[in-house]
Design a protein around this ligand. Structure first.
Ligand code: DAH
Length: 340
């Protein structure tokens, strides 16, 4: 009997050493120690032995079971170690290899300038209002004191959807929409796309503006100058910037002004950018025409307001030295990726 037991232990050891995976080792475990395994059936055979032999036999079989169990768990540990080593080997990373470069996108220069302006205006308490790009002739022109056949329409020829509906030529209709739908005090900016039948190095059929409008009691041209100087200093990144107002004409403002900034390139001495004048024209504005206030239902004897319109392409061209407006719309990645 002892030999039989030893034989079984040897056989088990052989099978255990040959098992090359956890699964095969488990098969060996079942074969020897399972419900119908060799060791278990030996135990079952005990009842056929004479009672005096049973204790010795039981002890032998238990020792055998313990040996096999120990061998199996040692092998299990060995396989586990091997598996971990293999995984580490397979998953090893060579940190000296060059990395995969993930290309980072950039904001379009018009978006950059728009965000800078919006930030600056919001700092002064302006709220954002966005009107429709397809606009009524009445709101784009007539209520801004540009009646039919007014010569000011020549400068703003655009794309007509019908006789009365057009692609807005400026963001100024935003003023009308705000003034007809809310009461003063009003302090808004209207950023957006605008359209005109224009196409050359400094004019594009589609471009961007931000309109500003403030209506309240006792608003004056000084407020316009002060607010714009604060904003232009931020946008052109210089505290030394000065502004000057020159008389101009827009049907919807009276008086109307062009606003120049002192040249941020030469500090006002005169250079190529400012064409030797020391000043750069950046936007138009003025005091909201009494007629416009009246047409929008606001009493011009009680309230006054200032308004202005900034061309975003113009600001971006000045700020980033962009020579041709068409570059904004060609989407050439060599151009757009320069504005990180
Ligand atoms: N809408 C004008 C344009 O596109 C710009 C402008 C000038 C807007 C004066 C204003 C303003 O609000 O007061 O040329």
């Amino acid at each position: 009997m002892k030999e039989r037991i030893e034989e079984l232990v040897n056989l088990a050891n052989k099978r255990i050493s040959e098992a090359l995976s956890g699964k095969l080792l488990n098969d060996v475990k079942v074969e020897f120690l399972g419900k119908n395994g060799s060791v278990t059936s030996l135990m079952k055979g005990m009842r056929d032995l004479p009672p005096e032999e049973r204790p010795t036999f039981g002890q032998l079989v238990n020792e055998m079971r313990a040996k096999i169990e120990k061998a199996i768990s040692e092998k299990e540990a060995e396989l586990k170690k091997k598996e971990i080593a293999e995984r580490l080997e397979a998953e090893s990373i060579d940190v000296t290899l060059p990395g995969k470069c993930v290309k980072e996108g950039t904001l379009h220069p018009i978006t950059l300038v728009k965000n800078q302006l919006i930030d600056a205006f919001q700092g002064l308490g302006f709220q954002i209002y966005e009107g429709p790009e397809i606009e009524l002739d009445k709101i784009n022109f007539q209520m801004l004191n540009i009646p039919e056949d007014h010569p000011a329409r020549d400068m703003q020829d655009t794309f007509y959807v019908t006789d009365n509906i057009l692609l807005r030529t400026h963001t100024s209709p935003g003023q009308v929409r705000v003034m007809t739908s809310s009461k003063p005090p009003i302090k808004v900016m209207c950023p957006g796309r605008v359209y005109r039948s224009d196409d050359d190095a400094t004019h594009s059929p589609i471009f961007h503006q931000i309109e500003g409008l403030v209506v309240d009691k006792n608003v004056s041209l000084c407020d316009l100058k002060g607010s714009l100087e604060t904003i232009l200093k931020k946008v052109f990144n210089s505290d030394d910037i000065k502004t000057r107002l020159r008389p101009s004409y827009f049907p919807f403002t009276e008086p109307s002004v062009e606003i120049d900034v002192s040249c941020f390139e030469c500090g006002g001495k005169g250079c190529k950018l400012c064409k030797g004048t020391g000043w750069i024209e950046v936007l138009g504005g003025g005091m909201v025409n009494r007629k416009v206030l009246e047409m929008c239902g606001i009493d011009p004897d009680v309230y006054s307001g200032y308004a202005f319109g900034i061309g975003l392409e113009r600001i971006a061209m000045l700020k980033y030295h962009i020579p041709d407006i068409r570059m904004f719309f060609e989407n050439d990645i060599r151009f757009t990726e320069q504005f990180k």
